[in-house]
Design a protein around this ligand. Structure first.
Ligand code: SF4
Length: 187
């Protein structure tokens, strides 16, 4: 593009200067070059998988500072090819509501003892060990040796589990002798 200074000043008034930066060369030629917009350089895009259901749609999250400014379907993802359902589009609400951190989001395990009315905060280690101990005790107490099973434990999977997780969960439960296997998407 060849411009003299007068042309340049005229054009800068029409908004062209918002899209490009200009460099004046020693011979009077003006070069136009793409300009980096500050917003573009500060927004970080990350790909992720929707956490809501086992379909596992791919999404692109655009973050600015600590906040999410947009979540859209990932057009390169083989499952959804850029589409997201209404739940996937609302994924940012897990992190924030009206631009503020979501105060209702649980970030630590909560435990409510039998007959208690209050929830207590526990560590993941405590939770996993307690569940393992109770599964073992219940299985031992209610084991039906003749049928090699226990009717005292049921397992309920969630819609967010994917194929491989469901496979592992079923295997583990069958190995434990659990026969009541269900999934929230089927109930
Ligand atoms: S909830 Fe919707 S967007 Fe998320 S994985 Fe399932 S179908 Fe895809």
């Amino acid at each position: 593009m060849e411009l003299n200074r007068r042309d340049f000043l005229k054009l800068s008034g029409t908004g062209l200067s918002a899209a490009v930066a200009f460099a004046f060369l020693p011979d009077g030629t003006v070069m136009a070059a793409p300009r980096e917009f500050p917003l573009k350089t500060k927004v970080k895009e990350t790909t992720t998988i929707c956490c809501y259901c086992g379909v596992g749609c791919g999404a692109i999250v655009a973050a600015y500072g600590d906040g999410i400014i947009k979540i859209e379907g990932d057009p390169d993802h083989p499952i959804n090819e850029g589409a997201l359902c209404s739940k996937g589009l609302a994924m940012s609400q897990i992190h924030q509501v009206n631009g503020k951190p979501n105060q209702y989001r649980l970030t630590k395990p909560l435990y409510r003892a039998p007959n208690a009315t209050e929830w207590e905060e526990k560590s993941w280690g405590w939770m996993i060990e307690t569940i393992a101990r109770r599964v073992k005790a219940t299985r031992d107490k209610y084991w039906t040796g003749r049928a090699s099973r226990t009717d005292a434990i049921a397992s309920l999977g969630g819609g967010e589990l994917d194929n491989e997780e469901c496979y592992l969960l079923s295997k583990m439960n069958r190995a434990l002798g659990v026969v009541y296997l269900e999934h929230c998407a089927r109930i």
